[in-house]
Design a protein around this ligand. Sequence first.
Ligand code: FAD
Length: 385
Amino acid sequence: MDSNLTLAIHGTRGGTRRLNVAVIGGSLTGPVAALLLLRAGFDVTVYEATPASTPLGGGLIGLEHTALDVLDRLGIGRHEFIAYESETILQVAVRDRRPAQTVHHTYPGRNTTWTLLHQALTARIPAGVLHTGTRVTGLSTHSGRPVLRFADGDTEPADLVVFADGRSSIGRRLLDPDRKLRYAGYVAHRGIAASVPRPDLRDFVRMQPCPGAQFTIAPVPGGCDWTFYLGCTADEYQRHFGASPTRRLLALPRHISPAARTHVDGHADHLLPPDHAAIVRATTTRMAVPVLDIDPPTRMVWPVGDGHAVLLGDALAPVRPHTARGANNGIEQAAGLAVALTQHRRYAADLPTALHGWQRRHLPTAVAAVREGPVIGDKLGLGAR
Ligand SMILES: Cc1cc2nc3c(=O)[nH]c(=O)nc-3n(C[C@H](O)[C@H](O)[C@H](O)COP(=O)(O)OP(=O)(O)OC[C@H]3O[C@@H](n4cnc5c(N)ncnc54)[C@H](O)[C@@H]3O)c2cc1C
């Protein structure tokens, strides 16, 4: 550790303060936070558990205008992460496997995919900042300073630890251990198909065949991305994906059993229009995400010795996918954090007060999204309230 840094943080008020920030998680929220904090002049290191992050998925993600503006301000060209500029959501009621009624909605944003956005973000992280294959396992203090512990036994100090490590967050387990994930009783089966049901597919289409099932589909480069929400007991999940829903939070293509495939294909044949069922059947690359609930967060900031740790994104509050708020919340929280820390760095704003101001602004939105998920699920007949 460089001794100037200690002086800068613990020295007299005023002047430039240079915090050393550790960001845990290199998916979406973590890289956005890291890029914004690097721009603001902080020393940033990102630790990502997976050796290479691409296998995590490619799923469609709707981003609202505030999040899009954050990406704009990072200088990320829209063409890098938005393949289709449609703002239209087609809400289709399906009866007897035929579209019965279609309602048009306008989405206040655009659709991206995890893969496109993740690539656009990580390509901008300077060499040496992102450490992949580095799993954080603990947080303690040494001489008042927060110290991260890693799976290989290494340790690293930091003044501020930003946990953006997703639904299974070690940060949440350490800082807020009473908030445990609960399985909501249904699964988002996902597929990336190499073809489309109609060549003119440009919009996000949401199909409601009956209570207890929802199907969404949208174009992505090279084909389409679909999600099929279906009820599933915890035992079925274990049989289909090889582990319980609160342990296997993302079933990757290698975890999808033949029984899981048959289950999804059968429901597609039974409920969806034949052209959409054919797309599902033809999809080889599949994943599954158990839908989970959690108690709403009551805080985002914790003192750790003389430093701090914060939770943001899915680490703070995993929300049901129907809310379309998970990535939006993470990006908005990261932008707000950069604003608060910049006030501290440039104008010597009191750090705990700046962090609590950030929490006051962003906590209500996270709480609202956590609460909204079961309400939407209930309307769709998915999951128990
Ligand atoms: C079907 C579906 C549809 C969705 N649609 C939308 C949508 O339309 N709009 C929207 O805003 N959101 C949507 N979401 C939610 C969105 O995908 C997530 O909220 C978002 O990916 C969360 O990003 P994150 O970076 O906070 O967490 P994650 O993407 O979960 O990333 C966490 C990262 O931390 C790493 N990590 C974990 N533990 C450790 C550790 N101990 N040490 C180091 N690294 C670690 C992980 O490997 C991972 O890379 C959807 C989700 C699903 C499943």
